[in-house]
Design a protein around this ligand. Structure first.
Ligand code: OGA
Ligand code: MN
Length: 202
């Protein structure tokens, strides 16, 4: 098992996903790694490497700033040690979820996301109409010293439960079932950085 997985309360993640379809934990990775990932995201934003995110897939794919106004860049292996380390942790988590939940997660895709002040992503599901591979969504946050009044929460709408706001605090990880959990990103008063990804079936 990947050493960095030790920061996660894995039994709780597994139980949360199985019983209510979402999980949230703080301090999920070593602080130094979280800081390196935040630096890399900020650097890419500064260099103009992040592109306006689109919604939909295939012929229906389009940039719609009235739906989402973040900028993203997909991660590839071999670009940066911190990114590679993050991808390795997520792969170990993928295997752990498969062992415990038998959900057959085959791969993981992920992008940096940068929401400038005022940017948002209105309520949606993460599964595409014509592609049902996305199974578990994973959002890891990179924002040091986030204060509640700065906004920017990830608001989850569990079926039959109260909405739950996840603050985008550095080091915290939100996981939820992609096809079942409506959610939105509320606007913030400062830059909001994250690594957003999906465990996919074949
Ligand atoms: C997404 C998304 C949530 C977040 O990119 O699909 O819902 O908190 N992101 O950034
Ligand atoms: Mn989403």
């Amino acid at each position: 098992m990947h050493d960095d997985l030790n920061n996660l309360n894995l039994p709780r993640i597994i139980d949360d996903l199985a019983t209510r379809g979402w999980s949230w934990q703080e301090r999920c990775l070593p602080e130094a790694l979280t800081l390196q990932l935040a630096d890399e995201c900020r650097k890419r934003a500064r260099l103009g490497a992040l592109a306006p995110a689109s919604v939909g897939r295939g012929g229906g794919q389009a940039v719609r700033e009235n739906v989402r106004s973040d900028r993203i860049q997909w991660l590839e292996n071999g670009e940066h040690p911190a990114c590679d380390r993050y991808l390795a942790v997520m792969d170990a988590l993928r295997e752990a979820l498969n062992r415990a939940l038998f959900i057959g997660l085959a791969d993981y895709e992920c992008h940096f996301a940068f929401y400038p002040p005022g940017a948002f992503y209105s309520r949606h599901l993460d599964r595409f109409r014509d592609d049902d591979r996305r199974t578990v969504s994973a959002v890891f946050y990179l924002n040091q010293d986030w204060a509640p009044e700065e906004g920017g929460a990830l608001r989850l709408y569990p079926d039959g439960g109260e909405p739950f706001d996840v603050p985008p605090q550095a080091g915290s990880l939100a996981l939820f079932m992609s096809a079942e959990m409506p959610h939105e990103v509320l606007p913030a008063s400062r830059d909001r950085l994250s690594l957003t990804g999906w465990f996919r079936r074949r």
